[in-house]
Design a protein around this ligand. Structure first.
Ligand SMILES: NC(=O)c1nn(CC2CCNCC2)c2c1CCc1cnc(N=C3C=CCC=C3)nc1-2
Length: 325
């Protein structure tokens, strides 16, 4: 497991004659003070941690080696690290600073998102008004555009995986189930198929399905994931910000899946017309007929909304609920 990043700390020691000597050593567990658990996965836990030297706070994801091997998750661990190594320069993606390991575990030192989950914020306000939906929708879309430009399909986008930093700006996380296309920047990579994937590959695709309410019909019906699958989830998120609930929600996962493949959803009264048109063009059963990212960015719902650098320099709007006219 090739470690990444060269984070070192300077340690003061004394030699045999009692003279102080300063050694640079790769950072490790002892360089951090671990705080509360931020989240737990099937083979990892994420902690709030403070670098004892710089006092900077991070999120550290700890993966237990024994458990990874026992649960046959080595592929997922490598895919997540390779994905994070590709996604290094975007403000809307949780950044991996460096990794280290000890006998029991692997450690990923990541951006801390002190604002928590978008879902948590949404639950507090109930719904988001048009300005907030436009701002957060644009930041999520900008991050998806960057991911896709690096050949990464998230496959499990949902409000729980959209985190917020100290400025209430978006940071997308949890790439443990991402799908990697050949990296477009890597000339040596075999020319990969455009945005669509067969369900072959490393054997993960055939089995993986995202979170029920946001999973795309193609992932349910023929197990194939494509960039368009992330845009289906995007449509579900935009709907949820304005309606306060996801478009597809049944009494069980099976009933939710039925609603998705039958495109069985309705808009609440007073749902904003421009947002309704955008959602309807994302929630299209046929992936090839779904809006692409460029189309979405040019959609009237985002009229006047900057993307790119200006978007990330904008102050986050005050959170207000949507009040239907
Ligand atoms: N799976 C991960 O990589 C991951 N998981 N979490 C916590 C999860 C909690 C459930 N919803 C998805 C995220 C994190 C990360 C990345 C790195 C990361 C950085 N900051 C936070 N911050 C949080 C603050 C308050 C509540 C939850 C998360 N969390 C994470």
């Amino acid at each position: 497991w090739k470690e990444r990043g060269a984070a070192v700390s300077v340690r003061k020691e004394v030699d045999a004659s009692g003279k102080p000597v300063y050694r640079t050593v790769k950072k490790g567990v002892q360089d951090f003070s671990f705080g509360r658990i931020l989240g737990e996965g099937s083979y990892s836990s994420v902690y709030l941690a403070t670098d004892r030297q710089s006092l900077k706070e991070y999120a550290i994801k700890v993966l237990e080696k024994k458990h990874i091997i026992k649960e046959k998750k080595v592929k997922y661990v490598n895919i997540e690290k390779n994905t994070l190594n590709r996604l290094t320069e975007h403000p809307g993606i949780v950044r991996l600073y460096y990794t280290f390991q000890d006998e029991q575990s692997l450690y990923y030192v990541l951006d801390l998102c002190s604002g928590g989950e978008l879902l948590g914020i949404l639950k507090r306000t109930g719904t988001f008004d048009i300005e907030c939906t436009r701002f957060y929708g644009a930041q999520i879309l900008d991050a998806i555009r960057y991911m896709h430009s690096r050949g990464v399909i998230h496959r499990d986008l949902k409000p729980e995986n959209v985190l917020l930093d100290e400025n209430m700006h978006v940071k997308i996380t949890d790439f443990g189930t991402a799908k990697l296309l050949p990296d477009p920047r890597d000339q040596s990579a075999e020319g990969g198929v455009g945005g669509s994937l067969s369900s072959q590959g490393d054997g993960r695709s055939a089995s993986f399905v995202g979170t029920a309410e946001y999973v795309s019909p193609e992932l349910l019906m023929d197990k194939s994931a494509s960039k368009a699958s992330d845009l289906w989830a995007f449509g579900c998120i935009i709907y949820q910000l304005l309606a306060g609930r996801p478009p597809f929600k049944g009494g069980s996962e099976y009933l939710t899946f039925q609603k998705i493949v039958n495109l069985e959803y309705e808009f609440p009264p007073g749902f904003p017309p421009a947002a309704r048109d955008l959602v309807e063009r994302c929630l299209v059963l046929e992936p090839a007929r779904r809006l692409t990212i460029e189309h979405i960015m040019n959609h009237e719902f985002f009229d006047g909304q900057p993307f790119g650098r200006d978007l990330w320099r904008t102050k986050a709007p005050r959170l207000r609920p949507y009040v239907p006219p």
